[in-house]
Design a protein around this ligand. Structure first.
Ligand SMILES: N[C@@H](CCC(=O)N[C@@H](CS)C(=O)NCC(=O)O)C(=O)O
Length: 94
């Protein structure tokens, strides 16, 4: 099932981005967020170890960037890979 049909079935998720400043892949995602004019909560995993713990516990890996999608029905999805995240954001908001 694609991310778009997931969204349609379960309602629009609230988004947050797990990342850190010096990561080049994170910078690409932040640039796309700026270009699209989105207001997405940025969670810095180096400045806030709690966010890193959340990422590993929820997503299964410490790799960043990771987009967290919290659906109205309580489900959470963790999207890794900068290009997949950018593609998702452009499809949904572009
Ligand atoms: N193919 C991935 C690469 C992401 C990546 O290599 N992230 C590095 C930081 S620049 C990372 O999180 N390394 C630590 C880890 O994997 O736990 C993407 O495009 O998002």
């Amino acid at each position: 099932m694609s991310s778009d049909s997931n969204d349609t079935a379960a309602g629009s998720p609230r988004l947050s981005l797990y990342q850190y400043d010096a990561c080049p892949y994170c910078a690409l995602v932040r640039m796309a967020i700026r270009e699209l004019g989105l207001d997405i909560e940025i969670r810095d995993v180096l400045r806030h170890p709690r966010f890193r713990r959340e990422l590993i516990a929820g997503g299964g890996s410490s790799q960043v960037p990771c987009l967290r999608l919290d659906y109205p029905d309580g489900r959470t999805r963790w999207m890794y890979e900068s290009l997949d995240i950018i593609d998702y954001l452009r499809r949904r908001f572009g």
